[in-house]
Design a binder for this molecule. Structure first.
Ligand code: SDX
Length: 388
């Protein structure tokens, strides 16, 4: 049966790329990725330079304003963010209504969605309104994640400390004590390296949703749903589970070779765009080693590094290298985060990128509506049910 082509488009115009691989579906001024050479730049600045010199707050300003802030602009942005650290009472009540055994990513998706009910004009999509919503969601979500973790542990909420940075405030809200400068900086670097990354699945989800002129809350909610998947942001939890399954560094070779034999996916490796080492993995590897040594978790780093060497031997020829999720697992563990909070950490940071893309999409919108290559039957008869 030869499928009838859609008369409105020539065959040449109608190309099918499974998973939209290699298809340019949007233009952006935020992240540039060269997958062949393993390059990532935020508004032209190399991720390594930002990880070494910037802060998450400064990086968010850069992504949203397409330039670095002056000292006074950064101070004003910090103050604006800190003024929105606190959850409203309605949100606190919602957290208390959550089952203590609920998965944090399901809680996060649900509660971010509920933020629309705390907004007097949730559907307002002007650039100014979208920026304000983005800032509120970014600033408040740490308290939501930390609040749910304390709720499930039977502990009271901690009120935010507006003298603290984004990174320090989250760890304070979670643990009830201010982090050491080293832990604050480590978490800050994690937030910088996860903030944006071109048209990844969750960012694409956000752009698709806002392209119907829906709203920021719906777009960010959809993006969280996408990020949770183990092929995307959920991989960092998969990496930690893998590291926990391997007793010692001597067990790495047989464990990994068995997975390869079974054609299992090794979490934290491979990427649709990078066919070289993810530059974020390089930054997080350095951080993971330092933190592992400082916190008595050297075995975690040694196992991770052993896995990387085996994967390089077995898979580098296929362009499969560590991605951002591989060393973020060890880093988050050494910072003291529970395994099921790893992907929520990815989300805390990526809200910056998602909302930046939502605002870009609103600025030059066209409804996303791809087409399909229909390969089903034609001219089929309707058979009465009595004759089926
Ligand atoms: C993130 O897009 C982004 O930018 C995402 C992200 C971001 O910042 O937003 O960078 C964050 O999501 C990083 C990726 C985290 N996911 C994982 O670590 C899960 C494990 N990785 C794979 O599932 C895979 O690499 C993907 C999903 C990330 C990418 O897959 P593709 O591009 O669809 O490639 P594919 O599945 O077609 O694989 C091509 C080949 C296959 O072998 P063959 O069937 O051709 O023989 O490579 C193999 C795959 O089996 N392969 C792997 C592998 N990844 C790909 N084999 C073993 N282990 C892996 N991890």
């Amino acid at each position: 049966m030869t499928p009838r082509r859609d008369a409105t488009m020539s065959t040449a115009e109608k190309t099918f790329s499974k998973g939209l691989e290699g298809v340019i579906a949007a233009q952006t001024e935020m992240s540039f990725i060269n997958g062949t050479e393993g390059i990532l730049e935020y508004v032209g600045i190399a991720i390594g330079d930002l990880a070494k010199n910037s802060s998450f707050e400064e990086t968010v300003f850069l992504l949203w304003n397409k330039r670095l802030p002056t000292q006074s602009e950064l101070e004003a942005f910090n103050n604006e963010l800190r003024a929105n650290y606190s959850m409203c009472d309605a949100m606190k009540q919602r957290i208390k209504a959550c089952p203590v055994d609920a998965e944090p990513m399901h809680v996060l998706r649900t509660l971010v969605s509920s933020m629309a009910m705390d907004d007097a004009s949730p559907n307002e999509n002007s650039v100014e309104a979208a920026r304000h919503k983005a800032l509120q969601i970014l600033a408040t979500t740490p308290a939501v994640v930390a609040g749910f973790d304390r709720h499930r542990r039977g502990l009271d909420f901690i009120e935010p400390d507006t003298s603290l940075s984004f990174a320090a405030n989250f760890l304070y809200l979670l643990n009830g004590e201010k982090p050491t400068p080293a832990m604050e900086r480590a978490f800050d670097i994690c937030m910088i390296t996860h903030a944006d990354h071109g048209l990844n699945n969750s960012t694409f989800t956000a752009r698709v949703i806002i392209s119907t002129l829906s709203d920021m809350y719906s777009a960010i909610t959809g993006a969280i749903g996408s990020l949770r998947g183990p092929l995307h942001g959920g991989a960092n939890e998969g990496v930690m589970k893998m590291l926990n399954e391997i007793p010692t560094v001597d067990d790495v070779e047989p464990y990994i070779m068995n997975k390869i034999k079974n054609k299992d996916r090794i979490m934290g490796f491979g990427h649709r765009v990078y066919k070289a080492k993810d530059p974020r993995a390089a930054e997080l590897m350095t951080l993971a080693k330092q933190l592992a040594d400082d916190t008595g978790n050297s075995d975690l780093y040694e196992k991770s590094h052993a896995i990387e060497l085996i994967m390089e031997r077995e898979y580098a020829s296929k362009g499969i290298y560590p991605n951002v999720d591989f060393y973020s697992a060890t880093t988050y563990h050494c910072i003291g985060l529970k395994l099921d909070l790893f992907t929520p950490m990815f989300a805390l940071s990526r809200i910056a990128g998602w909302s930046g893309h939502v605002i870009e999409q609103l600025g030059d919108n066209r409804l996303f509506r791809p087409t399909t290559d229909y390969v089903g039957p034609h001219d089929a008869p309707y058979t009465p049910i009595s004759e089926r």
